[in-house]
Ligand binder design. Sequence first.
Ligand code: SF4
Length: 61
Amino acid sequence: MKVKVIEEQCVGCGFCEGQCPEVFEVEDVSHVKVDKVADEYKNDVIEAIEGCPTSAIKEVE
Ligand code: SF4
């Protein structure tokens, strides 16, 4: 699984980092720290995708 953050849509709320700090890091906006999401973090990342208030996180593969 790979994900990306659409920076123009991100409001920097920090929810994704709270769900999975191993994958997301929020400074002004969120960015993805890893090339590929490890299986152990998939569920956390899916929760971040579903919970992002602006739908800024997309699965890319
Ligand atoms: S949850 Fe969505 S809006 Fe909030 S920081 Fe993460 S990507 Fe940005």
